[in-house]
Write a protein that binds this ligand. Sequence first.
Ligand SMILES: Nc1ncnc2c1ncn2[C@@H]1O[C@H](COP(=O)(O)OP(=O)(O)OP(=O)(O)O)[C@@H](O)[C@H]1O
Length: 224
Amino acid sequence: MIAQATTGASTGLSVVDVSVAYRRDELVVRDASFDVPRGEVVALLGPSGCGKSTLLRAIAGLEPLSTGSVSWAGDDLVGVPPHRREFGLVFQDGQLFTHRSVGENIAYGLRVKRWPRAERDARVAELLDLVGLTGFTNRAVTELSGGQRQRVALARALAPSPRLLLLDEPLSALDRELRDRLAQELAALLRATQTTAVLVTHDEGEAETIADRVLRMRDGRVAG
Ligand SMILES: Nc1ncnc2c1ncn2[C@@H]1O[C@H](COP(=O)(O)OP(=O)(O)OP(=O)(O)O)[C@@H](O)[C@H]1O
């Protein structure tokens, strides 16, 4: 299927006929096509093993495409390494640097971009306020609860203002009650920051709470 290319200022992510294989002739993602206009939050919802994470990783540039293309604002991202895509990533377990403080974790992407110290500190404080962890700058990551860790992971991903946020089951490791609460918070935060995002989840309620639009995935295929 050929997806219609969109044009204009709202054009964000465009995934066209993407297939991904870990082994030759074994496609885990098959001909996936969808667009995410700027400011929209889309959920990829499907059962375990259907290929959601693989598709997200391919969008991030972490897995090579067997066929198809991933583009932003009409620019094909083939050959653009993950760290140059200006995409933010949040995984299930946050993947924070445990030997660094909360503030250092959040400032990481800003340091890479050589932001001056004062601006970095201000941005870290702003992000901590945004995720409800005001005053946590100097706390050790190892002392945080699971929910707090995921908030820090989110703050770290959002700090450099990524043009696209990729969320892979960001709440799955948390207990039900916290999960429901954070889903509501995340939905509000993504709206407030007008973030364009793709959320991978197997939880229907979470997808409905967080996303503007839900795309279902089964056996490597994305349905409407
Ligand atoms: N690095 C890898 N090498 C080989 N096969 C892999 C690799 N990663 C995933 N797979 C396989 O690809 C298929 C899709 O996995 P993927 O993680 O994308 O699914 P998923 O829908 O995200 O599932 P889950 O929610 O359980 O993570 C599975 O059959 C899985 O075993």
